[in-house]
Each structure stands twice: as C-alpha cells, then as structure tokens.
Design a protein around this ligand. Structure first.
Ligand code: PGA
Length: 251
C-alpha cells in the first residue's frame, strides 16, 4: 500500500506572529504536490498561521492540549479551543513534554481520545532514551508507549493517528539515526499496530521519523519502506531547509 508522505515541522517555543506568518507565506509557493505538510506552532501563532495557511495544503497543529473540553485548569488549552482558532491538529507526547512536564502514557491516551473526538488530527511522538537503547530496551519502550495509547483506542482512530518515532538521543543533537536503524524501529512499530489493530490500520498508519533530520540526510531516511515522513525540529525553523526536506519527501 502506498502512503502519502507526511512531513511536519515542530517549531517548539520559537517564532512570534510576524515571523510565523512570513514563514507560511514563503512556504506555500515552495510546496511539492505529492507531500502532506503540517506545522506545529506555539499557541500564540495558531490563529494567524491558520489564517495565512487557509486555502493551502499546510495543516496547522498545536504542540499540546488538555484532555478535558473545559474546566478549572489554569494555563491549559482544550481541544475545542484549538478548533475555534482554526487548528487542524495537535502534536502529542513529544519527548520534551514527557521529560519536562511529566506527561504519562495514561494522560496521553486521554488526550488522544479527546483530540480525535474533537475532530483534530494527531501526531503522537514516541521513542527511547539513550540508556534504554544501550540496554537493548528500545522495542520494550516503544511497545509500552504505544500499547498504552494507540493500543487503547479504536482501529480507525489508530490508523488516523500519525506516529512520530523520535529516538530521544537524536533530538536536537545532530546525531541522526541511521536509515537502517530508523527502518528497524519503524517496521517494529508497524508490526505492533498490525498486532493491535489488524492489517488495514497497519498499512494505513503513517510513521514519521524525527531527530536531527535535515536536507542532507532526509532522502536516505525517507526512502526506507516504513519511513513515511519526518517530524522536523531545528531544520523546520528555516523555510529553505524545510522546503528542501519536503522536496526530498516528494522523491
Ligand atoms: P530536531 O527535533 O529535528 O531538532 O532534532 C525534532 C523534534 O524534536 O521533533
């Protein structure tokens, strides 16, 4: 089954509104036709980037949300609020959220369900830390993260969830996983989705690689059979670099 490549930028805590809108305007004329594209932007950029991307193929994602639709949760943002400002989706479970903000798989499952129910698209990030890889625990970690989240939602919602495999040791470090190592992890993840939700979901689910993906190494990663795209941090802040990765994804 052929899956449409899917490349997303994760801006993290970067870009004010003016910079964000200028980026979207510069990106749109550079988009290749055969690639799905998303930008995960700070909350404060959502409304204006969504407006700037209106009528273009660029999807706008938040980088987090709360699982409740409303309530006494000071400082939090709910899925219906994301919809209200024009967001198309939400990035959930990034390793920085897990590490610095204590996000658990249990909380992520609740967020995943709430996001899908609200009509948001989801990119769910998973991945092992360096000591876990060194201890040979990569597959155990991925199984635990995925069974507790996409394993506990319906097959249709699981198939519609984009999974981002991001080995934590490769994020922001310049140490990309080799194409072979990425393929191995992606094949494991697809096999797990097959085990949990059957062939249709496994063949449909898109799995992005994230962790120091750049124009120079993107093609080698993206050509792997189970690597369906990328989640790009640092290189997504520069429109030329991000557009070059999109070109690599178009093949
Ligand atoms: P990086 O970040 O591309 O800067 O390594 C990836 C991510 O954190 O999603």
């Amino acid at each position: 089954m052929s899956r449409v490549p899917y490349v997303a930028g994760n801006w993290k805590m970067h870009k004010n509104r003016g910079e964000a809108v200028a980026f979207v305007k510069a990106l749109v004329p550079r988009l290749p036709a055969e690639v799905d594209v998303a930008l995960c932007v700070p909350f404060t950029d959502l409304a204006e980037t969504a407006h700037a991307a209106d009528g273009s193929p660029v999807a706008i994602y938040a980088q987090n949300m709360h699982e409740q639709p409303s309530g006494a949760f000071t400082g939090e943002v709910a899925a219906p609020m994301l919809i209200d400002v024009g967001a198309d989706g939400v990035l959930l479970g990034h390793s920085e959220r897990r590490q610095y903000f204590g996000e658990t798989d249990e909380a992520l499952r609740a967020k995943l369900v709430a996001a899908h129910d609200a009509g948001l698209r989801v990119i769910l990030a998973v991945g092992e830390r360096e000591p876990e890889r060194e201890a040979g625990e990569t597959e155990t970690v991925l199984r635990r993260q995925l069974e507790a989240t996409v394993g506990r939602i319906g097959a249709d919602q699981a198939a519609a969830t984009t999974i981002a495999y991001e080995p934590v040791w490769a994020i922001g470090t310049g140490r990309t996983a080799t194409p072979e190592l990425a393929q191995e992890a992606h094949a494991f993840i697809r096999g797990l989705i097959r085990e949990l939700h059957g062939d249709q979901a496994a063949d449909a689910v898109r799995i992005q690689y994230g962790g120091s993906m750049k124009p120079e190494n993107a093609a080698g990663l993206l050509v792997q059979p189970d690597v369906d795209g990328g989640l790009i941090g640092g290189a997504s802040l520069d429109v030329e670099e991000f557009a070059a990765i999109l070109q690599a994804a178009a093949g």
